[in-house]
Design a protein around this ligand. Structure first.
Ligand SMILES: [Zn+2]
Length: 273
């Protein structure tokens, strides 16, 4: 055997740590540019939620422009920004993230196990065919394994980064609509370079935004749904979605936009590809 059971256990615990230390690994650097880099509590996700709540009152654009000092002032001066209802919502959201991470970490451990298993199998086959269990051959096989292991760990940490960004925006937008009446109109503004699905989902032919309501978007879950069936949702439509949510209690619904209409047109052309 090339890789011992003890080493395998060790590798698995490193993988499990990715989900155990998920919140700790959220640093200012992991916060996407369209969210304020305000981290004050042990839970950056919670901070993102409360920033979202503030955005529900003053608009997302203003919140993004405020300095840390100004944000602190807001949170000190609006005590009603943090209520029991919020604690309940946050508990629920945290539970969802935990369940999701638990599922993912099962998959991550399985991938690591498979890597160890195939490596050991290849090694056994090689030794059997060449009868050469020399230290050099071992070193070489171990080097190959370490490269494969690094590749796996890189892809897992990229996935963790993606989950962090997605969840930060999800918490933010949950906060945004938390206290708004169900009938409040909402809309999302994609960037001109947004993906074709997001443009189609959020922009009318004339380039004005499609309008939904708080009630409608809070029911939507796009996870495991095919892109063509995506709906306007609370939180990102897909990983790395940069569409910003606006609520009509603060921001008026903008009129037609030539730029967005053109972006939609060219994305429709590519939808036919
Ligand atoms: Zn998007």
């Amino acid at each position: 055997m090339l890789i011992t059971e003890a080493t395998q256990k060790q590798l698995e615990s490193v993988v499990l740590d990715l989900s155990r230390t998920f919140t700790d690994s959220i640093t200012r650097r992991s916060i996407p540019s369209y969210l304020p880099t305000y981290i004050q509590s042990d839970s950056p996700l919670e901070d993102s939620y409360y920033l979202g709540k503030l955005a529900g009152q003053v608009g997302p654009n203003l919140v993004t422009r405020l300095t840390t000092h100004e944000l602190d002032q807001y949170f000190r001066n609006i005590p009603s920004l943090k209520t029991q209802k919020d604690d309940d919502t946050l508990k629920l959201l945290d539970q969802q993230v935990k369940t999701y991470l638990d599922n993912r970490s099962d998959t991550w451990v399985a991938r690591m196990r498979k890597l160890v298993l195939t490596t050991n199998r290849h090694w056994a086959a090689e030794v059997e065919s060449s009868q050469e269990d020399t230290p050099q051959a071992r070193d070489y096989a171990m080097l190959e394994f370490k490269l494969a292991q690094k590749e796996l760990m890189d892809s897992l940490s990229a996935e963790v980064d993606r989950i962090i960004q997605t969840e930060l925006l999800h918490y933010f937008q949950r906060g945004q609509i938390r206290d708004l009446p169900a009938a409040t109109p909402v809309f999302k503004l994609p960037r001109r370079k947004a993906c074709k699905y997001c443009l189609d989902l959020h922009v009318e032919e004339d380039g004005s935004p499609k309008v939904s309501t708080v009630a409608d978007i809070s029911k939507v879950d796009n996870q495991d749904v095919k892109p063509f069936n995506w709906k306007m949702s609370t939180g990102p439509t897909h990983p790395y979605c940069y569409c910003i949510l606006y609520t009509a209690n603060v921001n008026n619904v903008p009129g037609p936009s030539k730029a967005l209409a053109a972006a939609l047109q060219s994305s429709k052309a590519s939808l036919l590809d």
